[in-house]
Design a protein around this ligand. Structure first.
Ligand code: NAD
Length: 374
């Protein structure tokens, strides 16, 4: 690979059907998982740094509509690797082929797996093209902004028995694993979900047609975790408002919402979300998910767990990166061609999407909204 002025990558746009084998002949387990990326923005950098730590993963190609974004992403990742090398860690460098045409990438790069890190409004065509070539998918949340398109993709993944993972990384945290153990067979009466913060810097986030709004785009993590502990949601109602960011250019989503969720097992939940707390003013407020059972209470999120029972309160902090655990499990699932080795498949995430779309619809219409069965 030659270096270009833009970084460690060259841009390829021509189609060349040279699908390379990433597998040991006649062996069910892949030796090296050849990985491509679609979307070279902020979250891609996080996954790429993780994947460079996994010896059985090789990122061979990155697609973005903007070639400069690919070069910038590769530079950022390799700069982090250089920092690690200076402090004595063994590090690998990222040297992918760069593609502005995803069809060329899928045709040429011999991928076993593809990370989808594009904004949610442009999802669909790339996933379908990859599925047709039996490429496993790791998809950033939210999987889509429309249920019908996501349903088609979920069906295609199921029909081909492909590995799929959706980046609800909190499910991979040690805090969540220990919360499940602590809860045991107790029945949850009520769950409270919190997503309180500021406006992310990406310009598409504040535009409803591009992000779906904060519930669909961000509070989806809290809704997904509620489902993991409390089961399926059947009906929701909510209220949303634009109270602070009305003057921000392009901002057409609610900056504040409060919702109620009815679960199939009779439990109830509540979700509050806001983006008015930029600059650290969310500090000290509740985060994540709070679960209430008979004389028992759990507060859980990525790095923290608090369990309150009548005679004691246990608080634990965890350092392991949930996203690294998610990336590790995905690569392992692809290597073993085993869709069951991930914690949130595309089909599972489809149900979270159905709930968040219903919550957004209810907050906008003010009406009780049934969650469609998917
Ligand atoms: N799991 C998490 O905690 C987490 C954290 C951050 C972001 N995300 C998710 O990751 C996704 C991307 O977020 P981000 O912050 O990286 O956004 P970003 O804007 O930084 O990056 C998106 C990239 O996609 C590219 N792109 C846009 N349209 C494209 C198209 N049609 N084809 C190919 N590339 C295209 C853009 O040029 C950009 O480089 C979103 O769905 C977001 O919700 C998840």
């Amino acid at each position: 690979m030659q270096n270009t002025p833009r970084g460690d990558c060259r841009v390829h746009t021509a189609s060349n059907p040279a699908r390379l084998a990433g597998s040991a002949e006649g062996n069910q387990t892949l030796v090296t998982v050849r990985i491509g990326f679609a979307g070279a923005g902020g979250v891609a950098v996080t996954h790429l740094v993780n994947l460079l730590r996994l010896q059985d993963a090789e990122v061979v190609a990155i697609h973005d509509v903007d070639a400069d974004r690919i070069a910038g992403c590769v530079r950022r990742v390799n700069a982090q690797q250089d920092l690690g090398a200076r402090s004595g860690d063994e590090t690998r460098r990222l040297r992918p082929k760069a593609y502005t045409d995803y069809r060329a990438m899928i045709a040429e790069a011999g991928l076993n797996a593809l990370y989808i890190c594009t904004p949610p409004s442009v999802r669909g065509a790339i996933e379908m093209a990859a599925i047709e070539e039996d490429v496993a998918l790791c998809v950033e949340k939210p999987i889509a902004l429309r249920l019908d398109r996501a349903r088609e993709i979920a069906t295609a993944i199921r029909e081909r028995n492909l590995v799929s993972s959706v980046c609800y990384q909190v499910r991979y945290s040690e805090a969540v694993t220990d919360a499940h153990k602590a809860l045991g067979t107790r029945s949850v009466a009520m769950g409270l979900g919190f997503m309180l913060g500021g406006v992310p810097s990406v310009p598409w986030w504040r535009v409803h047609s591009q992000s779906g709004g904060q519930i669909v785009e961000q509070a989806t993590h809290a809704v997904d975790l509620m489902r993991a502990f409390m089961g399926e949601v059947v009906r929701v109602y909510g209220a949303g408002a634009l109270r602070v960011h009305g003057e921000m250019p392009g901002f057409d989503i609610h900056d504040t919402a409060a919702s109620v969720l009815h679960f199939a097992n009779g439990a109830v939940g509540s979700l509050v979300n806001t983006s008015v707390l930029g600059g650290g003013s969310a500090a000290g407020f509740p985060t994540g998910l709070h679960l209430f059972a008979a004389d028992y209470r759990i507060e859980v999120w990525g790095g923290t767990l608090k369990v309150v029972s009548p005679d004691k309160t246990d608080e634990t902090r965890y350092n392991a990166s949930p996203m690294l655990a998610l990336d590790t499990d995905f690569v392992d699932a692809v290597k073993r061609r085993d869709p069951a080795r991930v914690r949130t498949s595309y089909g599972d995430a489809l149900r979270t999407l159905a709930v968040t779309l219903a919550l957004d619809e209810s907050a906008r219409s003010g009406k009780v909204t049934e969650v469609p069965r998917v």
